[in-house]
Write a protein that binds this ligand. Structure first.
Ligand code: PLP
Length: 396
């Protein structure tokens, strides 16, 4: 068979195992409508309920009236005053000198690495980092990669020592390789935090840059949701902070927040920004409103944490193992993959949408149903969710 014919035949065979996503016909609030039925939304990352927040909707509508929809390429005619305003507000919110936005955190991660590092530089990465970081290292073409055991600071130091040896040998251009330590701020499968104070300390000791992807920390951790760096009181100590505008901010986009000269370097050189479109008008206007709201009041963040404590206690009282979560990501540990899948399917029949997380997303035998808490849940919603878990547990 010809090579292209073989591809087509393989693709045709794969159709048998096609998985179709569930199609949602409502907004992303506390409940989702799927095929005409409402489900408690126990697994979205809309931590603050901003996806249906009236102030964000109004900001987007007003901006559309004034400025229309699309913008353009930032380096040509696409830089809108709203983009500048958003980036300024994000930098203030994060406590950094400057920030630059992208259309996703995936792009921001790729850009953060590719624009700064080349094949002779060195990356030291937590073994459980998000896939977008792993891809970013690949896009940058970095050859010298070290993965340290998850949050194992002894192993991080060992890997940094090895990286330091590599750094002694100059690159083709005569300069010495950069070392970058990269970590998620919040690990999305277990809801645990990176040991950022120790990571920063070790990075300084070994002359390495630090990069933190805080996609699940923004809007959640620290004062008024300023993120993991604020949570640990490390403002100004982390070289590159990545944020997502699709999780707690409930819109879309990502950003790099850093010192001004580094942000300027990204503004001029990031291919994900030079060759790809900027955020649209309604996205940008809604995001400005979201950052403003977080600056004005901590109520939403407080409500989120009230729900987190309530649900954590609820699951524990029901006898579930919820791992060592420190965030609104609550892994309800079930162990066996088939058991977790069946558990999630039964929850669905009970009107609760909470997805199973199984191998290869987590280690074999560590399957779970991952619950993600939102400020949009009322106490009754939390109780309804817990009652469904209780019924399914009894029926399994
Ligand atoms: C979701 C997520 C991303 C990707 O964010 P997008 O804005 O959707 O591209 C990147 N990193 C981490 C840790 C994430 O959880």
């Amino acid at each position: 068979m010809a090579t292209t014919a073989r591809l087509w035949s393989r693709l045709a065979a794969a159709q048998a195992h096609k998985i179709s996503p569930r199609v949602v016909s409502s907004g992303q609030g506390a409940y989702l409508t799927i095929e005409g039925k409402d489900y408690l939304n126990f697994c979205s990352s809309h931590y603050l309920g901003f996806a249906e927040e009236p102030r964000l909707k109004r900001a987007a509508q007003d901006a559309i009236e004034k400025y229309g929809l699309g913008t353009g390429y930032r380096t040509l005619s696409g830089t809108h005053a709203l983009h500048i305003e958003l980036e300024k507000k994000i930098a203030e919110f994060k406590g950094t000198e400057a920030a630059v936005c992208f259309t996703s955190a995936y792009s921001a991660n790729a850009s953060a690495m590719q624009t700064l590092l080349g094949k002779e530089d060195v990356v030291v990465s937590d073994q459980l980092n998000h896939a977008s970081i792993i891809d970013a290292v690949r896009v940058a073409g970095v050859k010298n990669k070290f993965a340290y055991a998850h949050s194992d600071m002894g192993d991080l130091e060992a890997k940094l020592a090895a990286a330091s040896e590599l750094q002694k040998k100059p690159k083709a251009n005569g300069e010495h390789p950069l070392i970058m330590v990269v970590t998620d701020g919040v690990f999305s499968m277990d809801g645990d935090l990176a040991n950022l104070p120790k990571i920063v300390e070790l990075a300084k000791k070994y002359d390495a840059l630090t990069m933190v992807d805080d996609a699940h920390g923004e809007g959640v951790l620290g004062k008024g949701g300023r993120g993991v760096v604020n949570h640990f009181g490390l403002e100004g100590e982390v070289d590159i902070e990545i944020g997502s505008l699709s999780k707690a901010f409930s819109v879309m986009g990502g950003f790099i927040a850093a010192k001004q000269p580094l942000v300027d370097h990204y503004l001029m050189n990031a291919r994900q920004r030079l060759m790809s479109i900027a955020l649209t008008i309604p996205d940008t206007a809604a995001l400005i409103e979201a950052v403003d709201m977080l600056g004005q009041s901590e109520d939403k963040v407080q409500k989120l944490w009230d729900n987190v404590y309530y649900l954590r206690k609820g699951f524990t009282d029901l006898g579930f193992d919820i791992g060592h979560s420190e965030t609104p990501i609550i892994p309800v540990m079930l162990g066996d993959e088939d058991y977790a899948k069946a558990f999630s399917a039964k929850l669905m029949r009970e009107g609760v949408f909470a997805s199973p997380i199984v191998f290869p997303m987590v280690a074999r035998g560590k399957a779970r149903v991952r619950v993600i808490v939102s400020a949009s849940f009322s106490k009754e919603d939390c109780d309804l969710g817990l009652a469904a878990f209780k019924r399914v547990q009894a029926a399994m």
